[in-house]
Design a protein around this ligand. Structure first.
Ligand SMILES: *Cc1c(COP(=O)(O)O)cnc(C)c1O
Length: 393
């Protein structure tokens, strides 16, 4: 569709031309199974290992520490279940109330299986408090899992400090870096990370591929049982085209990381400034400073986020309310509730996430549309009418 304005990059992104081109030969021409012992297959084994090296370098890891998975969800599942199962029932995990459902629902599953989980609360900006983390640590604690940056409100956590605490206590530290990578520089050794999840389709790579970084020496159960792929830890024939595309997307993104983050940050701040100045009763959710470059999340009091989204869609503007995974549920966002928003404000929120192709012109246009839509919708709100009359007196 032409003239579409896409501001939902936290949900997914388009495959970049570099990645698309790199993948093409691996569908039909170079279809060999990397496990084969003839030249034609071994070439693909070589290609996969080069891809692994590129991805490892991008986070300061060794290639042997990168395990390909089907994406962020699988990486999160593996990290939690793999560590918990290796440690045995009764062991304890610490996470937060604002994690992605790939973490939260896995934790709920583990609780049913006899594991213990502590869900840390967050402050009004979505940051955990380190003293809460320290207080939650028990002798049975085997794993701390805290996301690098949140997918709904963009809040960045103090990963380095959490890593230091985990290391001092001898507890494994996992982070879901799906939103943060590669917008924020990640060095696994400096950050004392033992496990880290990344997904390809959030960084202009293909869908259905990601990796889990597992530091050498970490005691974890294997995830898929079958053949000997991924060093006997995750069986199944490698998704070669996706792996090639993923590495190319990562490489391309790393080259432009600084410049892109700077650009997105400017657009983000412009949007925040315009909205807060021009639309009354608008609230920015999340932190002003500790925020992903491309993330904006507002509540527009007296209107439903769902209605704004539909009206923006009629103008061919793609945004979302909270996270895509809860789009079909009518529960307010668990993240917005965790930062203390009352249901009314949680229901009135929308998330706009910027990407490489968005322009200042688009930002200004979307804000104009938002202003009109919110104004229009508020006409049907009795509470807004009476409050604005009071204010006008
Ligand atoms: C998108 C996302 C996931 C899930 O990744 P998939 O590759 O879609 O399975 C996990 N965590 C966060 C923070 C995400 O934004």
């Amino acid at each position: 569709m032409e003239n579409r304005i896409y501001m939902d990059h936290a949900a997914t992104t388009a495959v970049c031309p570099e990645a698309e081109q790199a993948m093409v030969p691996y569908f039909a021409e170079r279809f060999g199974n990397p496990s084969g012992v003839y030249q034609f297959a071994m070439e693909n084994r070589q290609a996969v290992s080069e891809a692994r090296k590129i991805l490892a370098d991008s986070i300061g890891a060794d290639p042997e520490e990168i395990y390909f998975t089907s994406g962020g969800t699988e990486s999160d599942n593996w990290a939690l279940k793999g560590i918990a199962e290796y440690a045995g029932t009764g062991s304890h995990i610490i996470t937060t109330r604002i994690e992605h459902h790939a973490i939260l629902h896995t934790c709920e599953y583990l609780e049913k299986r006899g594991f213990q989980v502590t869900y840390l609360g967050v402050d009004e900006f979505g940051r955990i408090r380190l003293k809460d983390l320290e207080a939650a640590i028990r002798p049975e604690t085997v794993l701390i899992s805290v996301m690098t940056a949140n997918n709904e409100i963009g809040t960045i956590q103090p990963i380095q400090k959490i890593g230091k605490i985990a290391k001092e206590k001898g507890i494994y530290f996992h982070t879901d870096a799906v939103q943060a990578y590669p917008a924020l520089p990640i060095r696994v050794k400096d950050m004392n990370l033992d496990l880290l999840s990344v997904s390809s389709h959030k960084i202009n790579g293909p869908k259905g591929i990601g990796f889990l970084y597992i530091r050498s020496g970490v005691k974890i159960e294997q995830f898929m049982h079958g053949g000997g792929q991924e060093n006997h830890m995750r069986a199944g024939t490698e998704n070669v085209p996706a792996i090639i595309g993923f590495a190319k997307a990562a490489e391309t993104a790393m080259e432009r990381m600084e410049e892109r983050a700077e650009r997105e940050r400017k657009l983000r701040d412009l949007m925040i400034e315009l909205v807060l100045k021009q639309i009354p009763y608008a609230r920015l959710n999340g932190s002003r400073r500790e925020r992903l470059p491309g993330n904006v999340n507002f509540s527009f009091q007296f209107v439903e986020g769902e209605s704004i989204l539909i009206m923006l869609d009629m103008k061919n503007i793609c945004v979302s309310t909270g996270s895509a995974c809860t789009a079909s549920s009518s529960e307010p966002s668990h993240v917005l509730k965790a930062i203390g928003l009352p249901d009314e404000l949680a229901y009135s929120s929308i998330r706009l996430t910027l990407g490489a192709e968005n322009t200042e012109e688009e930002v200004r246009y979307v804000v104009e549309q938002l202003k009109e839509i919110v104004q229009e919708l508020r006409k049907t709100s009795y509470r807004y009418e009476s409050i604005s009359k009071e204010a006008g007196k």
